[in-house]
Design a protein around this ligand. Structure first.
Ligand code: 3PG
Length: 306
């Protein structure tokens, strides 16, 4: 049996070694395809794979067609919007993610980027602090919870909106649940996005919502670029000289926004939220263990295409 690890953005070597150890111990061969630039390379590599471990790599119907022996795909990470679930289900391929394994890394980057912004890109002028400021956490999943934990250390006042999370879970963490998404944006100078990209959320962060944010607004996106309405973002930045946007998932109009709004926007050159050795080890090894569990014993915990 063979598991292909296909990562256009590679894991740290220590994580790849860990994945190999887990697969070796189960008598499963590991194939590695890193930093590939052509889809044809993935189509070829996946041909004889029984399992596939990916990150944000696109696994569409064409990839699934090429993968004649494939039984399981594990997305080493949280969001699985890069995988065509319908095509996988139609082919009887199990799809899993590894929830929570890289969430601390993403949460830490929220504060890295936010501090860069409110300290004026360290340009020597006086910035502002996080202490005492209101932070709105938009979706209280694994990353949102880590953001809350870290924000408490900064002395921030915490709010969250998540219709899928019981209020008690937030309250237990010292986070005030708000009744509507509008209330979150109206209340909080800082808002951090942790919603997945779904039909419901795509382009949902629009002019109406962004315009509600108080003076000195900083919107932080470590989630997905698709959730932002990009034209509306440009409009809000144009209308409000106090509005700032930082993102680990650069919008298509990133270059134009940077040119026009300079230091009021910041984009990582490549999605870096989960790019730490720790997150790579956690998510990579979890993916390897889940692959082995499924291929050897049919264990399908964390399956997302039930
Ligand atoms: C995730 O969904 O787990 C994060 O967005 C990280 O994605 P990555 O593995 O492509 O960095």
């Amino acid at each position: 049996m063979k598991v292909l690890v296909a990562t256009e953005k590679p894991f740290a070597t220590v994580a790849v070694n860990g994945i190999k150890e887990v697969l070796d111990a189960a008598g499963i061969e590991m194939a590695l395809l890193e930093k590939y630039t052509a889809k044809a390379d993935l189509l070829k590599a996946v041909e004889d794979a029984d399992g596939l471990i990916v990150r944000s790599d696109i696994v569409d119907a064409e990839v699934l067609d090429a993968a004649k022996k494939l039984k399981i795909i594990v997305r080493a990470g949280a969001g699985y919007d890069n995988i065509d679930l319908n095509a996988a289900t139609a082919k009887g391929v199990c799809v899993m993610n590894t929830p929570g394994q890289n969430s601390n890394a993403v949460a830490e980057l929220v504060f890295g980027m936010t501090i860069l912004m409110i300290r004026n890109h360290f340009n020597g002028t006086s910035g502002t602090e996080l202490k005492g400021k209101k932070l709105g956490i938009h979706a209280y999943g694994q990353v949102g919870r880590n953001v809350a934990r870290i924000a408490k250390g900064f002395g921030m006042e915490l709010y969250a909106f998540d219709p899928y999370c019981p209020n008690e879970v937030m309250e237990k963490d010292g986070v005030k649940p708000v009744a509507s998404v509008e209330e979150l944006y109206r209340t909080c100078q800082f808002v951090s996005l942790h919603i997945p990209a779904t039909a419901e959320t795509k382009q949902s962060i629009n002019h109406a919502l962004m315009s509600l944010m108080p003076k000195g607004a900083v919107l932080i996106n470590t989630a997905r670029k698709e959730v932002i309405h990009e034209e509306d973002l440009a409009r809000v930045l144009e209308e409000r000289a106090d509005f700032r946007y930082v993102a680990d998932v650069a919008p298509a109009n990133a270059a134009a926004l940077t040119e026009k709004f300079g230091d009021r926007v910041f984009f990582t050159p490549k999605k870096m939220g989960a790019q730490t050795a720790e997150a790579n080890i956690n998510a990579g090894i979890a993916a390897a263990r889940q692959s082995v569990g499924f291929l050897k014993e049919g264990i399908d915990r964390f399956r997302v295409n039930k």
